[in-house]
Design a protein around this ligand. Structure first.
Ligand SMILES: Cc1ncc(COP(=O)(O)O)c(C=O)c1O
Length: 366
């Protein structure tokens, strides 16, 4: 397998602990162990042996509970949503398949499909229609050779959400050709309104939903994710997991149960932070409305801007990192040049200072 370089993750890994203002993050401010643990003494009793490969039944039942039409046996715990996506695609796709990726998208799925020897067809959300899906273009791209359609709901990087009707239409298009859907729902629950985005789960026999604790729950350091889907696909994914991480991290799994039991509260926290901080970014953007264009995000702590400055996104972000110790994501890392993804889930003082740093850079370009 030859993996294309995952440029965004490489950049973030290289710089996130070095820059002063990291506005490249897409989740909400992380919780501390003290904030998530009810009784640290309980945790001290955790035996640090190997966990069950598929994950504890009680944890899986909690995850099944947030995926309509599923039960514990349809769930496996993974090391982050990244491993979930990896196992989902690696267990489905073989060389010569076609994979349709709804773009823009978290580029892991695009790179993985390529590494697995698939031919990737991109179907782009329509920016001029507020980043909505072009169902005709999707229907034209999917064919009997399509093994999987990869979709991110809510979408990274645009923060847009597919409606019930759109989700249903995507399922129908996939069904017509026997294609699978791999739906990355890691941002589900981070909607600005109280209404949770429609999930793909429970809508058909060839659907794998991935997700995890990294974004909405504010627990990326636990590295916990999951796959929800038909049992035989969970079995197939487990056979590959024997080659990747074998089993979930025991301590993380213990904390996952606590987080999922407090799901309502953690989702309210995420929603509160997103609603508190979005106006800060929006006000800043309004001051640049001559050169920046955006559709306000419906979910997630990210906004995807197009811009009219005479500089490409990578050199822009490179200068921002090196000269102003501030990181955002260049659109080119989503194959969308002259775009920028700016996160707003970090503490307000970081957001304020990071935006001020962007301003300082922009005055040298404008
Ligand atoms: C859509 C999407 N899926 C998966 C991931 C990776 O998630 P995790 O940290 O749970 O592995 C990210 C991280 O940015 C993401 O945006």
């Amino acid at each position: 397998m030859r993996f294309p370089r995952f440029d965004m993750e490489r950049m973030q890994s290289q710089w996130e602990h070095k820059v002063t203002y990291d506005l490249s993050e897409s989740g909400v401010e992380a919780l501390t162990l003290a904030e998530i643990t009810r009784d640290p003494k309980e945790l001290m009793k955790t035996k640090l042996g190997y966990a069950e490969g598929v994950g504890r039944e009680a944890t899986r039942a909690l995850i099944a509970g947030i995926h309509p039409g599923h039960e514990a046996d349809d769930v496996m715990i993974t090391t982050g949503t990244s491993e979930a996506n990896f196992l989902a695609l690696a267990s489905l796709v073989t060389a010569g398949d076609e994979v349709v990726v709804i773009m823009p998208n978290y580029m892991q799925v695009h790179g993985l499909a390529t590494a697995l020897g698939a031919r990737v067809r991109e179907v782009w959300l329509r920016e001029e229609r507020a980043w909505t899906i072009d169902l005709d273009a999707l229907a034209a791209a999917v064919n009997p050779g399509t093994r999987a359609i990869c979709v991110c709901q809510p979408n990274n990087p645009t923060g847009q959400v597919l409606s019930q009707a759109e989700v249903q239409s995507i399922v129908r298009i996939a069904d017509q050709h026997g294609a699978w859907i791999v739906a990355d729902e890691v941002y589900r629950g981070a909607e600005r309104s109280a209404e949770e985005s429609p999930s793909f789960s429970g809508r058909g026999e060839r659907i794998l939903v991935t997700g995890g604790l990294s974004k909405v729950y504010g627990l990326p350091g636990l590295r916990v994710g999951w796959i929800v889907g038909p049992r035989e696909r969970i079995e197939a994914a487990l056979e590959i997991k024997d080659y990747t991480t074998i089993a979930p991290a025991t301590l993380s799994e213990a904390l996952t149960e606590i987080a999922l039991e407090r799901r309502k509260q953690l989702l309210e926290r995420a929603r509160f932070l997103i609603n508190e901080r979005w106006p800060l970014l929006e006000d800043w953007a309004a001051g640049h409305s001559r050169v920046l264009h955006w559709t306000p995000p419906a979910a997630g702590a990210i906004c995807f801007f197009s811009y009219q400055y005479p500089i490409d996104s990578m050199p822009l972000v490179d200068r921002l990192i090196r000269e102003y110790s501030t990181m955002i994501v260049p659109g080119i890392q989503f194959r969308a040049e002259r775009h920028l993804r700016i996160g707003f889930g970090m503490p307000s003082r970081v957001l304020h200072s990071g935006l001020a740093a962007i301003d300082r850079l922009l005055t040298t370009i404008d």
